[in-house]
Write a new protein. Sequence first.
Length: 222
Amino acid sequence: MTGSATPSPPINVVIADDQAAVREPLAMVLALAGDISVVATATNGREVLDIVAEKPVDVVLMDLRMPEMDGTEATRRLGEAHPDVAVVVLTTFADDDSIMTALAAGARGYLTKNAGREDIARAIRAAAAGQSVLDHEVRNRLLAAVTGAQRSTPREPLPADLTPREREVLALIGEGLPNRAIAERLFISEATVKTHINNLFAKAGIRDRADAVRRAIAAGLA
């Protein structure tokens, strides 16, 4: 007698958007995915924090421009209080400042509202698995920002004293991977990843994760 495999639990998702015309249809569409459960919706970042404090949540699908507390601040606070909860930005804004500030705040994915249902579901699954997804428009903007910076300023090489492992970690940050996924890729602990990140940030004068992505791309590592 063969036993059937135990199905994986669904990915618990919160949708945060101040427009009901976005929240409600999106919740209905994601419910069709089968492996995604929309456990709540929120109209601002403060509501997101309250929901996550009370319910098990894996991923927050986060708009950026919301009243009371915007998506960037909510993402930053989630990272501090609930680091296991992944944030995927879903917004109409794809300007350089919005992208950079959201990534710096800890967003694991960034999609525009032009994304289709499958793209959104794929980004949620990736975020829940510790991976990062940037849609083509966002990645192109990020590359363009780096290329523009290279044209206007001399290219800044990475410090010679970066170890091979630190370069590997920087390359994986450039690919958009969070610490957990980097640890799995390199077969090391998350604590070791954090040590490497602290060291390479100090050596290279890197300010934050968004700056690390730019430096990795500029150095040809990503």
